[in-house]
Design a protein around this ligand. Structure first.
Ligand code: ATP
Ligand code: MG
Length: 401
């Protein structure tokens, strides 16, 4: 590892030209911290993605100053600072309306398999050693110079997810790292996963049972949103890891044919999709989507145009699109099939109409308040739908009489 590190170091590219690094907002933060005698560097996802040629979406900063010192340094130059995660050393600095998370260098002192107790340090190497994977432990300073204490650059080039240090020990500190191993492999990996990492994940998989639903859900949704999710899920199934997360189907072909939407993939992957609502503490909205998928009949291109419209009217755009995507994936039709494409695009070419009469209209027309209003309204709606949504308010009220 030491030899690799030296060899790689001389070959490290510069990120001096990267637009996100040159952003005046970020440079102001670097400068503010330097004025106070500290140093800040970009770390993690931004450096990894820049070196991989992937899009950089968020820029996280590591700093040698304590959170209080970072706050003082940035406030002194007129930046706004929020103490978002100050207990673990993170503050959010807003510069030019852009939020940057600034985290004081940390050093793990104690771990219980779920969360680490950390102390602050001025030691870049110690901060790198507590990170999960070598590809996530590179730093980029204000001038674009890359610092790579764990020798992660060759792994970035090879798109190989490799634990920092001994995989078994690192997993024992935080079992979520098993899921992160597969998540980063699905998103960034190429070829077979690192064998030592995979074996450690296999050996320690029982530790997954003690993780909170929220943490599992968060990593698994990110995994399932990745392009390479399905081969990775198959790998997790093959090594008896996926079963620790949920009872799953083996509809791999269908999963491959779905778009990279974690909820759609979960609806097909889970043997009991509705039960996942509780199991992974999904949001109400996610739960409703799963319930709709599980309980409604999917529309098909075999339906006539008006029948398709009636289904869309009755179940709404979201359930319609979810059901079409899953039914299409389950069918034998190719993914560029014109019939399925046309069906999926129905909400784009046809605006879902709204029933032109309301309860208020019925009252105004002389009906007495009471449950009969609702009954009548539904009867009118049935007639209106069966008439191809064509009758207007006048015709509906005439029918009432
Ligand atoms: P993404 O683009 O998916 O957000 P990321 O690299 O920013 O990727 P995060 O989950 O946001 O991933 O974590 C930020 C950084 O913090 C990681 O790059 C890694 O260095 C470190 N990290 C996060 N979670 C852990 C963990 N459980 N154990 C060790 N290090 C971690
Ligand atoms: Mg991140």
């Amino acid at each position: 590892m030491k030899g690799l590190k030296l060899g790689a170091m001389s070959d490290l590219p510069s990120l001096a030209a990267a637009p996100w690094l040159k952003a005046p907002a970020l440079q102001r933060i670097f400068a503010a911290i330097a004025v106070r005698g500290g140093e800040a560097r970009v770390v993690g996802g931004a450096v990894r993605n820049a070196l991989m040629g992937e899009q950089v979406t968020e820029v996280d900063i590591a700093a040698t100053l304590s959170p209080d010192e970072v706050t003082a340094a940035c406030t002194a130059v007129g930046l706004t600072v929020h103490p978002t995660g100050i207990d673990h050393g993170t503050v959010t600095v807003v510069a030019d309306h852009h939020p940057y998370e600034v985290t004081t260098l940390r050093h793990d002192v104690e771990t219980d398999g779920r969360r680490a107790k950390v102390t602050f340090t001025g030691d870049w190497e110690a901060d790198a050693m507590r990170r999960d994977f070598t590809m996530n432990a590179l730093y980029c300073d204000a001038r674009g110079v890359i610092h790579d204490p764990t020798g992660g650059y060759p792994d970035i080039l090879a798109r190989r997810v490799v634990f920092v240090g001994d995989p078994g020990q690192r997993i024992g500190e935080d079992y979520l790292r098993i899921l992160r191993f597969f998540r980063f492999h699905a998103r960034y990996g190429e070829g077979a996963p690192d064998e030592a990492g995979l074996q450690a994940c296999k050996r320690l998989k029982a530790g997954l049972d003690g993780l909170s639903a929220e943490r599992i859900r968060q990593e698994m949704f990110k995994l399932m949103a990745a392009k390479g999710a399905v081969p990775t899920l198959m790998l997790m199934a093959e090594h008896d890891i996926l079963g620790h997360l949920l009872p799953y189907t083996e509809e791999w072909r269908v999963l491959e044919r779905l778009p990279p939407d974690p909820l759609l993939r979960l609806a097909v992957l889970a043997r009991d999709p509705v039960a996942m609502k509780q199991r992974w503490r999904l949001s109400n909205h996610e739960g409703r989507r799963l319930e709709a998928i599980a309980s409604l009949n999917p529309p098909t291109p075999a339906l006539r145009d008006m029948e398709q419209k009636i289904v869309l009217y009755q179940i709404g755009i979201e359930a319609f699109e979810d059901l079409v995507r899953i039914a299409w994936a389950r069918s034998d039709a190719p993914m560029d099939d014109p019939g399925w494409q046309h069906l999926l695009a129905l909400p784009e070419r046809w605006a879902v109409p709204v029933l032109p009469v309301s309860g208020g209209d019925l009252l105004a027309a002389g009906m007495n308040p009471g449950p009969e209003i609702g009954v009548t309204l539904r009867a009118l709606e049935d007639w209106w739908v069966a008439s191809g949504f064509a009758p207007g308010k006048k015709e509906l009220l005439k029918r009432l009489a």
